[in-house]
Design a protein around this ligand. Structure first.
Ligand SMILES: [Zn+2]
Ligand SMILES: [Zn+2]
Length: 221
């Protein structure tokens, strides 16, 4: 296989030079300029706190998302998980690093479900957290959280069962008391997993928890 060829755009197949997306598809990335709820990052016309967060405030304090989880971002996230890691992760890191630098003390990647980690061999959230922490000038603890074997992967479950499924799923190793923590993950759907992780971090003393994610699943309907 030739080592260097002009790339084809991941989304439309047009020539894209050395980039993963052509100019047009990059400009059209879904959700890039979206106003979002500052707590859960769901699209909100004026960037105000959404009704769901007002009714029932999540245990995390803030979430910033670079994109919406829609075509071609969904396919790129899958590519990140199953192979073509470098090009997609570089683009995601650039977009996430373009958002304001978090005021925080420690970066933690969302740990992968153990069965997934065994199958895949790497954690895509850690692949994002490491270069992001470097860009932010913050320390990263790649093994700062362990995930219980007993929970089922969230994707297999209906939305309303997800919160119960992840309860007690995480163990924090190392001290986080008094620290402002940034959690890096690829996709936020219901937010149940991130909320449980934030709850766990605060239970052992984290001062605040902010999520930085590649893509937010748009509200259904
Ligand atoms: Zn394209
Ligand atoms: Zn919200």
């Amino acid at each position: 296989m030739p080592l260097v060829l002009p790339q084809q755009c991941f989304a439309c197949g047009a020539p894209s030079g050395s980039d993963v997306l052509c100019r047009a598809c990059f400009t059209d990335l879904p959700g890039a300029d979206e106003s979002r709820c500052p707590v859960c990052a769901i699209a909100q016309p004026r960037g105000e706190i959404c009704g769901a967060c007002l009714r029932d405030r999540p245990s995390f304090d803030a979430t910033l998302a670079a994109l919406d989880y829609a075509f071609p971002v969904d396919r790129m996230v899958q590519a990140l998980k199953y192979g073509h890691r470098l090009a997609a992760s570089r683009l995601f890191v650039d977009l996430m690093a373009a958002l304001p630098v978090p005021e925080a003390d420690l970066v933690l990647p969302m740990p992968l479900h153990p069965s997934r980690l065994r199958a895949r061999g790497f954690n895509q959230a850690a692949e994002l957290a490491r270069p992001l922490a470097r860009r932010w000038g913050l320390p990263v603890r790649l093994d700062g959280i362990a995930r219980d074997v007993d929970t089922r992967p969230q994707v297999d479950l209906p939305w309303k069962e997800r919160a119960a499924n992840v309860r007690g799923a995480f163990r924090v190793s190392g001290r986080v008391d008094g620290l402002r923590v940034v959690v890096v993950d690829d996709v936020m759907t219901t937010g149940a997993t991130l909320a449980e992780l934030a709850r766990t971090l605060k239970a052992v003393g984290a001062a605040s928890v902010e999520n930085r994610i590649v893509a937010r699943t748009p509200a259904p309907g």
